[in-house]
Design a binder for this molecule. Structure first.
Ligand SMILES: NC(=O)c1ccc[n+]([C@@H]2O[C@H](COP(=O)([O-])OP(=O)(O)OC[C@H]3O[C@@H](n4cnc5c(N)ncnc54)[C@H](O)[C@@H]3O)[C@@H](O)[C@H]2O)c1
Length: 267
């Protein structure tokens, strides 16, 4: 029995099943897990990514979802690339209602005084400028669709600093929070919501590679021990919050920053 004060759970699920989501950086890691969950719920997903190997792997992973998945090559720091993928997504599925920005390069931590301008550009452009350009490309399609939801993956580093990554990453991820607030304010009247997620270090290929490069593999165990919930973040922890932020369950949440870190900021 439902009333005006209860959610129709079928409708919440149906909303996600009706959704069309462009996931930037969705060919590997957290973005790919978000894609898999949306596909599992019946949604349509376009994944765009710069890395051909990641795209090939993802093609195999998503093959069973047939024509509800679109795999596109794009560098999100290039305006014409993201304009093209937004248009292709809209053409293929008839609309574009959601965007998730999960793309971004990283480099193992080095002292600030040793970071070159080129490395700054690589990290800040792929993590922040790409989020701006992709939002710019999708928003007109969302307006045509009557509204939409944007979720950008920032980081615990955007709220504090990172023990493994440098000044450019911290600055870019803090920038995501401001970008999100601005989009939320400017496009709220067009029924577009925008929110950010700040995960702590996520268990996965990227974290393994990073700790290997820094010769700090044992730090993962220490991090888990320091975390109130007793383990490190998993990709599914982030995907769950993304689904919430894309669904009607969060229909009055916009401009928010959601921490997904097992409580590490409480210590
Ligand atoms: N891994 C972590 O510990 C962690 C923690 C907090 C936040 N994050 C953030 O979460 C997001 C996903 O991280 P992940 O661990 O899944 O990383 P990942 O490296 O596994 O996946 C990121 C994807 O983005 C793609 N990409 C990079 N630059 C791109 C560009 N210019 N255009 C298009 N695609 C591009 C990569 O090819 C890759 O497939 C990132 O924004 C990352 O900064 C990660």
């Amino acid at each position: 029995m439902t009333s005006a004060n209860t959610f129709e759970w079928n409708q919440v699920g149906a909303g996600l099943a009706d959704s069309v989501t462009l996931i930037a950086g969705g060919a590997r890691g957290t973005g790919a897990t978000i894609a898999e969950n949306l596909l599992q719920l019946g949604g349509s997903v376009a994944v765009c990514d710069i890395n051909p190997k990641h795209l090939d792997d993802a093609r195999d992973r998503f093959a069973s979802h047939g024509d509800r998945i679109l795999m596109l090559t794009a560098d999100c720091t290039v305006a014409s690339d993201v304009t093209r993928v937004a248009a292709e997504t809209s053409d293929q599925f008839g609309r574009l209602t959601n965007m998730v920005y999960a793309a971004g390069a990283y480099r193992a931590q080095r002292p600030t005084l040793e970071i070159s301008a080129d490395e700054w550009d690589l990290i800040v452009d792929s993590n922040l400028k790409g989020a701006f350009l992709t939002a710019q490309a999708v928003i007109p399609h969302m307006i045509n669709a009557g509204g939409g939801a944007i979720v950008s993956i920032s980081s615990l580093a955007g709220r504090t600093t990172s023990p493994f990554l440098g000044v450019h990453y911290t600055a870019a991820k803090a920038g995501i929070l401001g970008l999100t607030r601005h989009i939320a304010k400017e496009f709220g009247h067009q029924n577009i919501r925008a929110n950010s997620i700040c995960p702590g270090g996520i268990t996965g290929q990227r974290m393994n590679d990073l700790l290997h490069d820094l010769h700090r593999e044992s730090d993962l165990v220490q991090l888990a021990d320091q975390t109130p919930l007793g383990r490190n973040v998993e990709e599914l922890d982030v995907a769950g919050v993304v689904l919430f932020l894309l669904s009607d369950l969060s229909r009055f949440v916009t401009g928010a920053t959601v921490d997904v870190n097992g409580g590490i900021l409480t210590i």
